[in-house]
Ligand binder design. Sequence first.
Ligand code: ACO
Length: 388
Amino acid sequence: MSAIKEPVVIHKGLDNVYVKESRICFIDGEASKLFYRGYSIEELAGHSTYEETAYLLIYGSLPTAQQLDKFTRSLESYRSLEPAVLELIRSLPSRSDPMDVLRTAVSALGSYDPRPMTDDMNVRIDKSLRILAKLPTIITTFDRLRNQKQPVLPRGLESQAAEFLYMLTGDEPDPGDVHALDVALILHAEHEMNASTFACTVTASTLADMYSIMTSGIGTLRGPLHGGANEAALRTVLEVGTPSKAENYVADALAQKKRIMGFGHRVYKTWDPRYLILKRYAGELAAKKGQTQLFDTAVAIENSARKHLEGTPIFPNVDSYSGIVFHLLGIPTDLFTPIFAMSRIAGWTAHVIEYLETNRLIRPKALYVGPVGLPYIPIDSRSGSAGE
Ligand code: ACO
């Protein structure tokens, strides 16, 4: 048995470990900048649509009108659910967490894709688009079923955002609401090598199929330190209730070493640029919907947190206002993380395709610090052990 001779550096959390070169996303965490394929997030949020941004991320350049039309039509053609997948969703307990439903349904979609597993990149992308297009349908179908309502079938609306709001309520969506959701989808579509993208990349590196890859991403996004933070941030705002209670809440939480949800980021050491855009939309929606107290409470929490955390690199992140936007759009709180997945699948796909171009199986190491050479003890002779 050879002992480890060289000093070993353990990169817990893989901070600052690069796993590939990439042309997809650039984050300048010191300067509050985010670019997708070279375009700033402000440019894209101001001028693009989620469909166009997804195309840009996956194919590498902005589409022509013809390419975008073909892409959008292809998504429309995929949006309905196979009857068996609908039945599967129907069979799940109505108390299920929607992320469980999403994970289960996406996994099942693989069984209903007649095309075999392949390394052909175009087919891989197309399988991913099939999932991307169906995510709004899965989420809204489950939400309606658990509320004893019939699912609303997709009706060929041109955007994920419009189709999502329509299938959620069955009503004609308000164009302003569609636009706000569309912008939120653009802002969540990609963010370099975050935990869920890395999970997808690890699974892809084994040459697994796209359904397994996306299921890995969904499972990883679910945690409260990643995708789940938007729900937690909104719950905090609702719990605090009024601006006047914000200061006490923040002071108490920090005194108890609790984290303020929607604050802090592994990469941004200043404002998350997505936060600024979403804050504006949250303010506008709150005024339009007559729910300014909610927005004012979020702002009061933000102001108190920034005062208490002054001098630290802990600033508001995308989740500080995304939950407010979704809530004001009438979206149930436990659908926020599924919406995040519905958007981020574009980034997951882009990174997986890029990684597979020069694939190398991801296989890090763990430094073993336990004993070796222990004698086997027959079960009758063992006394108490760790599993008791
Ligand atoms: N509130 C209060 N203190 C915080 C917060 C916060 N939100 N975030 C970090 N800190 C403190 C930690 O307590 C720690 O303090 P200590 O050194 O005294 O123990 C210090 O900052 C460093 O914390 P780490 O967890 O090591 O920092 P990391 O860079 O790993 O944090 C993370 C990133 C996990 C996102 C963290 O900021 C956090 O938990 N935030 C709240 C959850 C959240 O909003 N997540 C969404 C992230 S964005 C996204 O995934 C879309």
